[in-house]
Design a protein around this ligand. Structure first.
Ligand code: SF4
Ligand code: MSK
Length: 664
């Protein structure tokens, strides 16, 4: 039995039914997965690495520091706190860089769309105009594409801006938060600049004060949350459509025995959207039929999956931890990948089958994969070339196994606009009903469960936390692979109201919404920032995000992006709870993250290993905010009468394009 970095035994056991089913079949015999590798590693993780005190920032090292031991500081004199802070800040810089490079591609794709050089069009004109206003762009009496082009160009300029002016999107934050950023000098300027400055300040012999390092780490993370991630989400919505509630399915049972199965895996939706359009082209369907298939079944993996799930209702087969297992079904003709979270091992797993791994982005190639460059200016042609290669593999398919019963209904598409309409109705869209329900105690608070899944920690954590929260009347917002895991657990569905505490169940049943609202991919955590800010703006819950009875967790974080997200939540005033942080080897710095950030930021990190303990902390923090707001009084329970149902907007889901709670 392996001992993981947490010293925890046995948490590598797979609990997911569909994964277990696939791995128990003859077809997947001999396939080596990450679960096997974690088990066979047979040694504890390096204490210096996991505690954050191994430094290799210069060639006098690597230096392994032991906090409190005189001779065990760096050759240069760097202390454990400096080293751990530099390492932590570099994780944030790397995570922010990933979101930023993704966002830049989306903005460039948006500009090409505005110029008419892509198969896409501006779909959400209302949102375009609202965002244009944020950038000070005149919208009256102008062509849609004209406004979009100016917006795209202004947005692109913010990546490389050398001015000391704060990013335009920061204006969307509460005045109090903007004042905090200004006072601390952490309002991000150019998005790329903050990553560069972070890397510079963590170079040998530059910033050696952990508190000062965390100021820049916050600025860098805010440049991600309120800059690149928010730009990506908003421009993607404008171009591909802002998500509205729709039904779909998750888990490996969405693969189809008699169709060409193609998975799209990664993050940038430009390619996935083009594949969706191309897969409907008559000549592609005809080609599939010629190969003996009944059609083309495009399904998602990881966050590209979440993007097309949210906007098109295309099923998600798997989250991060299931990517190898998806291939081990033997039923995949091609796994088409772009950037981020693609394990190199998928190439090896695919070799046991007829499956092609198709890389599509010059920045992300893999030895042994087929590379077909996706060209945005010829998006449909690229997409068709990729599909053709995949379709032609269908005839080569050998033995396969699809766990057909493993597919769960989900209702997804909860953008912050949807939540607005859903609760307030089309004609009086507002967060007022949500705030009122929090104030009157029907909804105890709001919790975000976001981020990855991970082979080193129990894969049931998301579900355990979510069940505890909704049982205690806490509404859950979910993104990324966490949302997929919660979908697999049957919680992203209005019927899951039966697992809620009485008052949250009543709200969910009245509106017809799930108690876990799927808000999209990992860049879409910026939706949560906007939703939280709207709640503040609506009134009655304080004057900053830090006053809200709201909290986030990324329990199974794997990617550096999750730490960047955690830090932009904290620097925006929202507390977060993770299962571990690579900072435990540095006492003062660790304490600063877990307590000290409260002073300047109004929020801090929390750590708890056990999922039930995470839920307990989240509820405790929510209650503390309710106490501070003076809304934690026990109120007499009031049953919903017809007027209250109308107030809650029981027509909500219908308003945004669906047909009422029962038929969403
Ligand atoms: Fe060692 Fe200092 Fe160089 Fe880091 S920067 S490797 S602590 S000498
Ligand atoms: S894909 S970053 S494992 S959420 Fe966004 Fe999932 Fe985390 Fe990758």
């Amino acid at each position: 039995m392996a001992i993981t970095r947490n010293g925890c035994e046995g948490c590598t056991e797979i609990t997911c039914t569909s994964s277990k089913q696939v791995l128990s079949q003859e077809v997947s015999k001999g396939i080596n997965t990450a679960y096997d590798r974690v088990k066979s590693r047979g040694m504890s993780a390096c204490l210096f690495g996991s505690g954050g005190t191994c430094c290799r920032n210069c060639n006098m090292g690597p230096c392994q520091i032991i906090d409190g031991v005189e001779d065990m500081i760096g050759i240069c004199g760097a202390t454990a706190d400096t080293v751990a802070a530099r390492n932590f800040a570099r994780v944030i810089a790397a995570g922010s860089a990933a979101h930023t490079d993704h966002a830049r591609e989306m903005v460039k794709g948006f500009i090409e769309t505005a110029k008419g050089n892509s198969p896409h069009q501006i779909k959400d004109v209302d949102k375009l105009k609202k965002l244009a206003e944020v950038f000070g762009i005149v919208t009256e009496d102008r062509e849609v594409n004209d406004i979009a082009l100016e917006l795209g160009e202004k947005a692109l300029a913010e990546f490389g801006s050398q001015d000391d002016e704060p990013l335009s999107m920061l204006k969307r934050a509460t005045p109090k938060r903007q004042a905090i950023w200004k006072k601390l000098g952490i309002a991000p300027r150019g998005i790329d600049r903050e990553v560069v400055e972070m890397m510079h300040r963590t170079h040998m012999g530059v910033d050696q004060d952990y508190k000062n390092i965390m100021l820049q780490a916050s600025r860098c993370a805010l440049g991600d949350g309120w800059g690149s991630s928010m730009l990506s989400t908003e421009l993607t919505d404008i171009m591909f459509g802002t998500p509205v509630p729709r039904r779909s399915m998750v888990d490996l049972g969405v693969l189809k025995a008699d169709q060409v199965n193609i998975t799209v895996h990664g993050h940038e939706p430009l390619l996935a959207e083009a594949l969706c359009i191309a897969a409907e082209a008559p000549e592609m369907i005809e080609l599939a039929k010629k190969q003996g298939a009944k059609g083309i079944n495009l399904v998602g993996v990881c966050c590209t999956g979440n993007e097309i799930l949210m906007r098109r209702g295309i099923p998600v087969a798997a989250g991060f931890v299931q990517q190898e297992i998806t291939l081990a079904t033997g039923a995949i003709e091609a796994m088409v990948v772009d950037v981020q979270c693609i394990m190199q091992s998928v190439v090896d797993v695919a070799k046991s089958f007829h499956t092609d791994i198709i890389t599509t982005n010059y920045r992300a190639k893999m030895d042994g994969a087929v590379h077909i460059q996706f060209e945005e200016h010829a998006a449909l042609e690229s997409a068709k070339e990729i599909l053709t290669r995949a379709i032609k593999n269908y005839k080569k398919r050998g033995k396969f196994f699809i766990p057909e019963d493993s597919k769960l209904d989900v209702v997804v598409g909860f953008s912050h606009e949807t939540i607005n309409y859903m609760l307030g109705g089309r004609f009086r869209a507002s967060y007022r009903p949500l705030n009122d329900n929090i104030i009157n105690g029907r909804i105890r608070g709001v919790a975000a469960i976001v981020g990855c899944d991970n082979f080193q920690l129990s894969d049931e954590s998301h579900e355990i936390i979510a069940r505890e929260l909704i049982k205690n009347n806490v509404l859950v917002l979910a993104t990324g692979c966490a949302a997929t895991a919660l979908g697999r657990a049957g919680l992203v569905n209005p019927e899951a109201a039966k697992y809620c505490g009485e008052s949250l169940a009543e709200v969910c049943e009245t509106v017809g919404m799930p108690p876990v609202l799927h808000m999209g991919s990992c860049v879409d955590n910026s939706r949560i920032l906007i939703a939280a800010t709207e709640m503040v703006r609506q009134g009655g819950l304080g004057d900053d995000i830090s006053d809200l009875p709201a909290i986030g967790t990324a329990p199974l974080w794997m990617s550096e992006k999750a730490v960047a997200i955690g830090q932009y939540f904290v620097a925006s005033g929202a507390q977060v709870v993770f299962q571990d942080l690579p900072t435990t080897g540095a006492n003062k710095f660790n304490k600063y993250l877990l307590e000290g950030l409260m002073g300047p930021m109004g929020a801090h990190w929390n750590v708890a290993k056990d999922p039930k303990e995470i839920a307990r902390i989240m509820i405790e923090k929510i209650d503390a905010k309710r106490d501070a707001l003076g809304i934690n009084k026990k109120t007499e329970r009031v049953l919903f009468d017809m007027d209250m149902r109308r107030d809650l907007g029981s027509e909500g889901l219908k308003d945004v394009g669906c047909h009422g709670p029962a038929k969403v």
